[in-house]
Design a protein around this ligand. Structure first.
Ligand SMILES: Cc1cc2nc3c(=O)[nH]c(=O)nc-3n(C[C@H](O)[C@H](O)[C@H](O)COP(=O)(O)O)c2cc1C
Length: 179
């Protein structure tokens, strides 16, 4: 691998993960901080990659706890691991939440054709207690929100029997680090 091309290689791999449901980077862990200052980490599905804008996007339910957490503390970290590549990538970013507008409309056009539509139309919010005798019903309005993560720093770690390698990329500048 041409190491000077590492930023480009990582963004290309992220783009592959966006297109390939089987790619291990398709489901990173998104870590944030809640209102008590405690860490909260959860798996999300990568929904869009824009190298030019240096952004990654995810869909969520606007009623889920993470939405208010991210509005109050938008600094996040995304962790991607691939056994195939033997690469871990930790991406620091700032999250922005959209609950309406063109981007959300376009996202809903995609999601409403899939079984996942039910999640976003449910009358119960994620994390709500599920009443024993009440069935979930579907409302007319969806609760889809788009999380846009603006990337500020990438910490890349490559594991290898020949020697581990690690580098930090901020705004496409590369610094080698001790693994
Ligand atoms: C494989 C997998 C993919 C998931 N994808 C998403 C997703 O794209 N968006 C989302 O909001 N939650 C997703 N979840 C559920 C979250 O991990 C989490 O349980 C949920 O969003 C509630 O998180 P919160 O309480 O921090 O808001 C996924 C879970 C798994 C196991």
């Amino acid at each position: 691998m041409d190491l000077s091309a590492l930023p480009r290689t990582i963004w290309s791999e992220l783009a592959l993960a966006n297109d390939d449901r089987q790619h291990p980077w398709r489901t990173p862990v998104l870590a944030s901080i809640d209102s008590d200052g405690c860490p909260q980490a959860r798996t999300v599905v990568l929904r869009n990659v824009d190298r030019h804008a240096q952004t990654l996007q995810f869909f969520t339910d606007s009623r889920s706890p993470k939405v208010n957490q991210l509005r109050a503390s938008p600094q996040i970290q995304l962790v991607f691991w691939s056994k195939t590549l033997n690469w871990q990538v930790r991406i620091s970013a700032t999250a922005d939440i959209a609950t309406e507008g063109l981007e959300v409309d376009a996202a809903w056009e995609l999601v409403k054709k899939t079984p996942a539509r039910k999640d976003y139309l449910s009358d119960l919010a994620p994390g709500d207690a599920l009443p024993l005798k009440k069935k979930q019903t579907l409302g007319n309005n969806h609760h889809l929100a788009v999380i846009t993560a603006k990337v500020s720093r990438i910490d890349w770690l490559s594991l290898s029997y020949e020697g581990h390698q690690r580098a930090e990329i901020s705004v496409e500048k590369l610094h080698w680090l001790t693994p």
